[in-house]
Design a protein around this ligand. Sequence first.
Ligand SMILES: C[S@@+](CC[C@H](N)C(=O)[O-])C[C@H]1O[C@@H](n2cnc3c(N)ncnc32)[C@H](O)[C@@H]1O
Length: 292
Amino acid sequence: MGETEAVARAPSSARDEPLPGGPWLIRDALASGATALGAAGCDTPRLDAELLLGEALGVSRKTLVLDAATTLDADGAARFRVLLGRRAAREPVASVLGRKGFRHITLAVDRRVLIPRPETELLVEVGLGLPTGARVVDVGTGSGAIALALKQERPDLIITGTDCSAGALAVARANALSLDLEVRFVKADLLDGGEYQSVLANLPYVANGERLHLAPEISRYEPSCALFGGLDGLDLVRRLLASDLGGALLVALEVGFDQAGPVSELLGERGFATLERWRDLAGHERVLVGRR
Ligand SMILES: C[S@@+](CC[C@H](N)C(=O)[O-])C[C@H]1O[C@@H](n2cnc3c(N)ncnc32)[C@H](O)[C@@H]1O
């Protein structure tokens, strides 16, 4: 099979679809890639194809537009084909690219961590309001997203990230190193026994029964220990709130779209009576902030 023909064949489920032969222009590669990803069930096939082709060629999406009539070189075309195949198997774009933007930083991500979600940026915004020099813990830090983004915007805060997963902690530490941010990452079951004024946490909150309803990007590629929180999804949140929180004056928790009610009750029972509810872009109460 010739190089161009090899590239022009779509991956996985779209494999039998006829695609144009070569030589491939950038615009044709994008069109064929988007068709293949659409056939594989991806939500945003054109955008994904642009991101993957940009990655394969080492250029921006803007350049792809400007150079739409340029012929793809064989190496770039081969790289695109590999990336396209992974995405067509429903691997998340961020995991294929190996990075994800989160607030003002870019984090390395892989299959050891949850890919940081836009709504989690709300927890960083809560952190921006903390007093100067406050000691903060990010419980279940994963890639280090909350801890590192907060440190980047508030260097005065003293921040620790905990996780029970050695793999996640390795990712978080590597991110801290490459971003040159001073955050301590500790292996712990929830809290590490340190004294913190503020506790931020995006713990697993998906109910076990939801497993079958998750998109393949999540169920196949993200770690179960980052997703599931028992029968109603709240096992970890309950356990955190039942644990020794020391002198913490603030607890901020990300919750599922329908969990704000039960979690605000749990916060109230634990003495965090003053409650704020922060909504995500879809209008769901996504972050609860309890103060005492
Ligand atoms: C939903 S992910 C959040 C990751 C990251 N904070 C973010 O927002 O992108 C939950 C994280 O909690 C961790 N985790 C689960 N159970 C834990 C426990 N008992 N103690 C500490 N971390 C835990 C998982 O390994 C995972 O990294």
